[in-house]
Design a protein around this ligand. Structure first.
Ligand code: FRU
Length: 484
């Protein structure tokens, strides 16, 4: 017995020693590699990876006085590779700082998942993606990890905690954990045997032992073949099911990105676990680069962040040593069956100085170095058109337009058009956020939002192409994401 004990004790300690060393080596690598980064396109107030590749956010929680956000991270290349969990923290959802990589792949890749504060233990549930020799050549199960200080994470020794889904597909990922009346739940994205996206609901009394409860929602065939990154929460008395479906076919102005992110509003009954939809699937953001969200609640407010990117897009920073970003953090509200999305209140703390204020005449422009917020009062009885481009030759251009005849908001990025009808709820302003290579446009109360990456050459230049002057207040914004 003694020998077995010593042997297993040594194995466990060797494992964790190996883990500690690998983490330390990775941080040294990141520090050294950072010097080689070409900063020309580095965003200044959005989260980006210090080096390498970033995709979806993976966990978003308020824990011991700080917000923590994790993300899909591959440090060694500017392309997707074996997934780690990068980590950043903030007190106000605006000023972010880099933290040591939270999870490193072992035999498994650390795919997306979520985090929760379980009585002072930061608890992670993530998808372990493992290659296998036989078809379908990979396998996905759910793993857990824990941290006391929110910085140093330890994988659970008896992983996996959820081994399989009720379906034969290996696609079974992105668990989002939450608590209701002292019971833990998690929703996981998957696909049915006849290739329809689904969200599966599991429950646990102790956060470790999980049992399958029900299929919470499934595609009717038109909502895609695989649902990624599910989230499920209450908002203004309704339940919101957020999903990122793959395989939807575009219809007119709708679903024009490679993959979509949107929501289904409904009611949920915890007695029989029935989710009854009240409205059909709606897109959350109409821009080119918005996918796979994470949300969290603090003081009754629901905050959201998304990957400011899209599978299969190209990035000018590919050759610069880093790729990928997170969107601005947004606060959600529900009006009827529609989610509205505003930048968090604290975003105004980014404003440094007013660059210009007043009427911008037709064909006049305002120029900004790398960052700006523009507040534009709009009169929707006439066409409004703004051109966004760089001061230099070449580079990307975009047109933001209010199409008065069609009553549509339009974002034309270099000929690749996204558009949607806009019926203002209350305020008729646009808030336009420009960072080094990104634009985010919030219309009115946030009922229409566009998030798109674009790469101007030189300083940003915003030109009024409307037939009339428009009223603009423009601020230069400070840098709020730091790697030190
Ligand atoms: C999109 C996603 C997840 C997966 C991860 C892989 O967020 O495809 O479904 O877990 O990225 O990096």
């Amino acid at each position: 017995i003694y020998v077995v004990f010593v042997a297993s004790y040594t194995v466990v300690h060797l494992e964790s020693l190996r883990d500690v060393l690998a983490k330390a080596e990775l941080e040294i690598y990141i520090e050294e590699k950072k010097i080689e980064i070409n900063p020309r396109y580095k965003l200044l107030y959005h989260i980006t990876p210090a080096v390498g590749w970033m995709n979806a956010p993976n966990g978003f929680v308020y824990f011991k006085g700080e917000f923590h956000v994790f993300y899909q991270f591959y440090p060694y290349d500017t392309q997707w590779g074996p997934m780690h969990w990068g980590h950043v923290t903030s007190r106000n959802l605006v000023d972010w700082k880099h933290q040591p990589t939270a999870l490193l792949p072992g035999k498994e890749q650390c795919f997306s998942g979520s985090v929760t504060d379980n009585d002072g233990i930061l608890t992670v549930m993530y998808t372990a993606h493992q290659a296998s020799n036989d078809p379908p050549y990979y396998n996905e199960t759910q793993y857990m990890a824990f941290s006391i200080d929110g910085i140093d994470f330890h994988k659970y020794r008896h992983n996996p905690v959820i081994v399989s889904s009720p379906f034969t597909s290996p696609d079974f990922r992105d668990p989002k954990i939450f608590k209701h009346n002292n019971v833990w739940y998690t929703v996981v994205g998957s696909k049915t045997d006849d290739h329809r996206g689904v969200v599966l609901l599991y429950q646990s009394m102790n956060i470790i032992n999980w049992e399958f409860v029900t299929v919470l929602a499934e595609s009717n065939g038109e909502l895609g073949s695989m649902w990624e990154s599910p989230d499920f929460f209450e908002l203004n008395g309704k339940h919101v099911l957020l999903i990122s479906p793959q395989g939807m076919v575009s219809q007119g102005d709708r679903y024009k990105n490679t993959f979509q992110t949107g929501y289904i509003i409904g009611n949920f009954n915890y007695d029989n676990f029935q989710f009854t939809a009240e409205a059909t699937f709606q897109e959350l953001d109409y821009g080119h680069d918005f996918y796979s969200t994470q949300t969290t609640e603090k003081d009754g407010k629901r905050y959201l962040v998304a990957w400011f990117g899209m599978w299969e897009s190209t990035h000018s920073e590919d050759v610069d040593g880093w790729v990928g970003a997170m969107t601005l953090f947004r606060e959600l509200d529900l009006v009827g069956t529609r989610i509205v999305m505003k930048p968090v209140d604290a975003i105004t703390s980014l404003r440094m100085q007013t660059v210009s204020e007043g009427e911008l005449a037709r064909n006049s422009s305002i120029q900004f170095e790398k960052t700006a917020e523009l507040i534009i009062n709009v009169d929707l009885s006439e066409k409004i058109e703004l051109e966004l481009k760089g001061s230099g030759v070449g580079g990307d251009w975009a047109i933001v337009r209010w199409d008065v005849d069609e009553a549509k908001m339009v974002l034309d990025r270099g000929g690749d058009v996204r558009q949607v009808g806009w019926e203002p709820l209350d305020s008729m302003t646009w808030r336009l956020f420009l960072d080094t290579c990104s634009i985010e446009l919030f219309c009115g109360e946030g009922e229409v939002v566009f998030s798109s990456r674009m790469y101007p050459n030189g300083h940003w230049r915003v030109k009024n192409l409307s037939p009339h002057p428009i009223h603009v207040v423009a601020y230069k914004l400070k840098q709020s994401y730091r790697e030190k």
